[in-house]
Ligand binder design. Structure first.
Ligand code: UD1
Ligand code: CA
Length: 426
C-alpha cells in the first residue's frame, strides 16, 4: 500500500485569518480534507501523514477527529518543503512501498489523476516521479529542467533560476511519487544553500539522478487540479472551479440546471436524471436527490438531505438533515430540519420545524407521515409526530403528537390580542 505525506505546516499569511489555511472550507469541507479524501479514494493508499506547524494543535485536533487513517507530524520550525517531508522519516523507517507527497492547500486534485500518476510511476519503473504542468505564465513555480534527450534533470526554483530557466513553461506541480526505501536517504543530504535558505524537497530529483535512480515526470492534463490556495480570492476561485466541475457532471448525467452560473452543488450531492434545479440554489454537504424533483429557485439544502422522486422544494425553503419521501411538496418559505417526512405530504407555505430548543440546546426530530397536510404558517415544535393523513390547520403551533386522520387546530389564542388591547388602553 501507498502512504501519503501532505504538507500543511506553512503559515498562510495572505488568508488574513485566525483559522489555519488548510482548515478553510469549500462546501463545508476543509481544504486538507479534500486532499486526504482524494488520496483515500484512489484505493491505493492506506495511511496519510499530515505535516503540521502553524496552529498545529487546531489542525491536528481536526484531522484526528475526522480521518481515522491520518496522523499529524509536527514540523517546528519550518525550514522548507524537504525538511517538512523529513519529519515523517521516524514513522516510515521500515516502510518499503511508495510514498506520494502532496500539498494540503490544493483541494482540486482528483483521485483519477492521483491513480493515473501512481500507475505511470509504476509502469515507467521509476524511483521518483514528479508531476509537472505547462503554464503560459509559470511565475513563482519551480521550473522543470530537462536534458537534451527529454529526460528529467532537476527542478529549479523561481528565485534560484537564471533567465533561460525562467523561460521554461513546464513547472513542478508539487506532487511526487517515490519509492521510499530508495529515495528516503536523500532527506539526510539536502542542503539549504539556495536563495531562500530552505531545505528544498525539489532537490531530491538531482540527488536521485546522481544515484542513477530512474526519475520521471508525469504531465498533468488539467491545470486546475493543482490550483493552490493562498488568499480568500483563491478560495473563492477554487470554490467556483469545483462547482463548475460538479454542475457539469450533473448536466452530463441528465439533470436540468437552468442557470449553471448561479447554482451551487457540493461534490457529495447525488442527483438523478430529470430533476430540475432552478436558479440561485445552494446545495452543500452530503445529499441524495431522486428523479423528477424540482428544486428552487432560491432553495437551500444544507446537507444530510434525502429526497425521493418527484419532490418539490420551492423558493426560500431550507432543508437540513431531513428525509422526504416521493411526491411531497414544500413549495414556499419553509424550514425543515431533523425531520422524516412521508410521501404525498403537502407542507404549506411558511411551515417551520422548530427543531432546536435554545434553553436545553437539544435538537429534536419531527416525523410527518404519509399524506399529511400541513397548513400555512404552522410551527411544528419537535419532538413531535404527525401521523398519517392528519391535517394541521393553518397557523397552528403543534406541541404534541397528532393522531392519523385528525384535524389539528391550535391557532394563536385570541387572549394575546386582548392583552395587547389592554396594554394600549393603559
Ligand atoms: C513549491 C515547490 C515548487 C513548486 C510549488 C508548487 C519547493 C522548494 N518548491 O514551491 O517547485 O512549483 O511548490 O506549488 O518545494 N510547507 C511546509 N513546511 C515548510 C515549507 C512549506 O509544510 O517548511 C508546505 C506549505 O504549507 C505548502 C507547501 O509546503 O503547503 C508548499 O510550500 P510553499 O512554500 O508554498 O512552496 P512553493 O514556494 O510554492
Ligand atoms: Ca516557499
Amino acid at each position: 500500500m501507498v502512504k501519503s505525506i501532505i504538507l500543511a505546516a506553512g503559515k498562510g499569511t495572505r488568508m488574513k485569518s485566525d483559522t489555519p489555511k488548510v482548515l478553510h472550507t469549500i462546501f463545508d469541507k476543509t481544504l486538507v480534507g479534500y486532499v486526504i479524501e482524494a488520496v483515500n479514494k484512489t484505493g491505493l493508499a492506506d495511511e496519510n501523514f499530515v505535516i503540521v506547524g502553524h496552529q498545529a494543535e487546531k489542525v491536528e485536533d481536526y484531522i484526528t477527529k475526522t480521518y481515522e487513517n491520518a496522523k499529524c507530524v509536527l514540523q517546528s520550525p519550518q525550514l522548507g518543503t524537504g525538511h517538512a517531508v523529513s519529519m515523517a522519516l521516524p514513522y516510515l523507517n521500515d516502510f518499503d512501498g511508495e510514498v506520494i507527497i502532496l500539498c494540503g492547500d490544493t483541494p482540486l486534485v482528483t483521485e483519477d489523476t492521483l491513480k493515473s500518476f501512481i500507475e505511470s510511476h509504476r509502469n515507467a519503473g521509476s524511483y521518483l516521479t514528479v508531476m509537472s504542468a505547462i503554464f503560459d505564465n509559470p511565475t513563482n513555480y519551480g521550473r522543470i529542467i530537462r536534458n537534451t534527450d527529454g529526460s528529467l534533470n532537476s527542478i529549479v526554483e523561481e528565485k534560484d533560476a537564471n533567465a533561460e530557466q525562467k523561460a521554461v513553461k513546464e513547472v513542478n506541480a508539487g506532487i511526487y511519487c517515490l519509492n521510499w526505501a530508495k529515495i528516503k536517504d536523500a532527506f539526510g543530504q539536502l542542503k539549504s544553500n539556495n536563495a531562500q535558505g530552505e531545505y528544498y524537497l525539489t532537490d531530491i530529483v538531482k540527488w536521485a539522478n546522481e544515484q542513477n535512480l530512474k526519475v520521471d515526470a508525469y504531465t498533468l492534463k488539467n491545470n486546475e487540479e493543482i490550483f493552490g490556495i493562498n488568499s480568500k480570492t483563491h478560495l473563492a476561485e477554487a470554490t467556483k472551479m469545483l462547482n463548475r466541475r460538479v454542475v457539469q457532471k450533473h448536466l452530463d448525467n441528465g439533470v436540468t440546471i437552468v442557470d449553471p452560473e448561479t447554482v451551487w452543488i457540493s461534490p457529495e450531492t447525488e442527483i438523478e436524471p430529470d430533476t430540475v434545479i432552478y436558479p440561485s440554489c445552494y446545495i452543500t454537504g452530503k445529499n441524495k436527490i431522486g428523479k423528477n424533483c424540482k428544486i428552487g429557485p432560491f432553495a437551500h439544502l444544507r446537507g444530510d438531505v434525502v429526497l425521493e422522486d418527484n419532490v418539490k422544494i420551492g423558493n426560500f425553503v431550507e432543508v437540513k438533515k431531513t428525509t422526504i419521501k416521493s411526491n411531497t411538496n414544500a413549495c414556499h418559505l419553509s424550514y425543515l430540519g431533523d425531520s422524516e417526512i412521508g410521501s404525498g405530504v403537502n407542507i404549506g407555505a411558511g411551515t417551520i420545524t422548530a427543531n432546536y430548543n435554545p434553553l436545553t440546546k437539544v435538537k429534536s426530530k419531527t416525523i410527518i407521515e404519509n399524506e399529511v397536510k400541513v397548513g400555512s404558517n404552522s410551527v411544528l415544535v419537535a419532538p413531535v409526530k404527525i401521523e398519517e393523513s392528519a391535517n394541521v390547520a393553518a397557523l397552528s403551533v403543534v406541541t404534541k403528537d397528532i393522531p392519523s386522520w385528525s384535524l389539528a387546530l391550535t391557532r394563536a389564542p385570541l387572549k394575546i390580542l386582548e392583552n395587547w388591547v389592554k396594554r394600549f388602553k393603559k
